[in-house]
Design a protein around this ligand. Structure first.
Ligand code: F6P
Length: 490
């Protein structure tokens, strides 16, 4: 908030993302509020709570329409209003094309090198264009001045920056791409690559998690679109408009809100073991995420299998709890993944389990942040084995949850987070044997070593929290705004 007042005084902030931060659902007579499992939302929400303004997002809950005013707006967070949520409505048919189709069967596998073949349908593309236009129009209607700061989030809205720029040429458009950007060769298979790149280049600043993704983006622009690229100053000029392309590694709020009401670690350990019917001295490994094929969940389950084969001394002494929130369940690739995970879990449990001992607990259900933090605090070790991941905030949340300075993080080198959290046990998720060895090493690690590693990671995340992430983007935006104002005067 201070930064906004100092660097961008008198500024209107509008943010756009597909996923909304608060979902109202009706169950009989009762309306409840759900917070979605989304790295994007957990990172952005504290920032918008601090800046205020308007968040434009898809209204997806069963009671969303009942809870908005005549202009489709609702004040959030419930009970503690800090900003406006403006809901945009999308029909089921449009959702099939824009969200399930182009966004999640096309761009998601295109950008993640996870070996699921992207699917591109003309009808999905048409829906994607139409919904991007609908969000652009909603943003323009929400804007009360000609030069708002607009934060555009993610791959659902590649066309939005250009569409908004056409209607609000003086807007400062800050776009953040939350997933990886692949190399030019891989991106080149997209039939609408030119339109997507040109859409993004309507932004004032375009952010990625890492410099490597920025470099891939420059290469892609260079290959497919008429432009002037200045790699030294990290900018692209296209159609007379300049876009800054910069890395901004996203993070979490510090201290995390979900940590506030937590019981002491010993109590969390006891409660969770009791809930799963585990003896008090059972060692626990934990995996928590959306049930997505990019997260390497199957590979992780196979690593537990390998661990129990190679180190049978852990049988009866180590249990892995895998929490997986159902996601995008209309798509075959996601349904197949769930079935496969259930099958593998049953197999492993049959192979190594015995009376009273179940090696893997697979829980397919959404958990609210407070429950996730309780599980993190109860665990001895957390495994993040993404096959490819823009950043992965679960890794940072696990570290943040451990104010007792215990616990081991096993982290994929293909998650953006691995370039920051080098004190984790870094693994290659495609190497099941290596992953099993890391789990064994984590379970055997001395308390002193755990403390040393986790303390360094906590210091890093405390320092580079999400406010700093947002602050850096806003500082860059403010510099550009000042420069443009000076140029206007001359
Ligand atoms: O951060 C990547 C991301 O795809 C976000 O864009 C999204 O909010 C989150 O993961 C969860 O996905 P979905 O919104 O499709 O449930």
């Amino acid at each position: 908030q201070d930064l906004l007042e100092n660097e961008l005084p008198d500024t209107e902030v509008i943010i756009a993302s597909n996923r909304e931060p608060y979902i109202h659902n009706r169950d009989g007579d009762v309306i409840s509020v759900q917070r979605p499992a989304s790295g994007l939302v957990s990172a952005l929400e504290p920032v918008v709570r601090a800046t205020g303004g308007t968040w434009v997002a898809h209204g997806s809950g069963s009671a969303d329409r009942e809870t908005v005013d005549a202009n489709d707006r609702v004040l959030v967070p419930p009970g503690k209003p800090a900003y406006r949520l403006r809901r945009v409505w999308i029909s089921d048919e449009e959702q099939d094309g824009y969200y399930y189709g182009l966004s999640n069967e096309g761009l998601w596998p295109l950008c993640h090198l996870a070996y699921v073949r992207p699917i591109f349908r003309e009808s999905d593309w048409q829906a994607y264009v139409a919904i991007n236009q609908r969000f652009a129009d909603a943003i323009v209607r929400e804007a009360t001045r000609p030069d708002p700061v607009i934060l555009v989030q993610d791959y659902h809205f590649a066309l939005l920056p250009k569409m908004v720029r056409e209607q609000l040429p003086k807007a400062t458009i800050l776009t953040f791409w939350h997933i990886p950007w692949p190399n030019a060769e891989a991106f080149g298979i997209c039939p609408w690559k030119e339109e997507i790149i040109a859409g993004l280049l309507g932004s004032t600043v375009l952010g990625f998690h890492t410099q490597a993704y920025c470099n891939n983006f420059f290469d892609t622009v260079d290959r497919f679109i008429e432009s002037r690229i200045d790699r030294e100053h990290r900018s692209v000029v296209h159609a007379g408009h300049e876009t800054m392309v910069r890395p901004y590694p996203i993070s979490i709020e510090w201290p995390p809100a979900a940590l506030a009401g937590q019981k002491p670690v010993d109590e969390c350990r006891r409660v969770v073991r009791e809930r799963y019917g585990l003896p008090a001295d059972m060692r626990i490994g934990i995996g928590i995420e959306r049930f997505d094929y990019t997260k390497g969940i199957l590979d992780r389950l196979m690593a537990v299998d390998e661990l129990l084969i190679r180190h049978p001394e852990w049988k009866g002494r180590f249990t892995f709890i895998q929490i997986a929130a159902p996601t995008r369940s209309k798509l075959a690739s996601y349904v197949n993944l769930q079935q496969e995970a259930q099958r593998i879990t049953e197999e492993i449990n049959a192979r190594h389990g015995s009376d009273g001992y179940q090696p893997i607990h697979l829980v397919i259900r959404h958990h609210e942040p407070e429950d996730v933090y309780e599980l993190f605090r109860a665990a001895d070790l957390c495994v993040v084995s993404s096959l490819h991941d823009g950043m992965n905030l679960v890794a940072k949340e696990f570290v943040a949850a451990r104010d007792d300075e215990r616990g081991v993080l096993v982290l994929s080198r293909f998650a953006g987070a691995s370039s920051e959290l080098s004190e984790a046990l870094i693994i290659n998720p495609y190497d099941v044997h290596g992953m099993a060895t890391a789990i064994d090493r984590g379970l055997s690690m001395s308390e002193d070593e755990q403390r040393e590693r986790i303390r360094l990671m906590r210091n890093h995340i405390r320092e580079r929290n999400v406010y700093r992430w947002a602050g850096q983007i806003l500082i860059d935006a403010s510099r550009i705004r000042k420069r443009l104002k000076v140029n206007e005067l001359h």
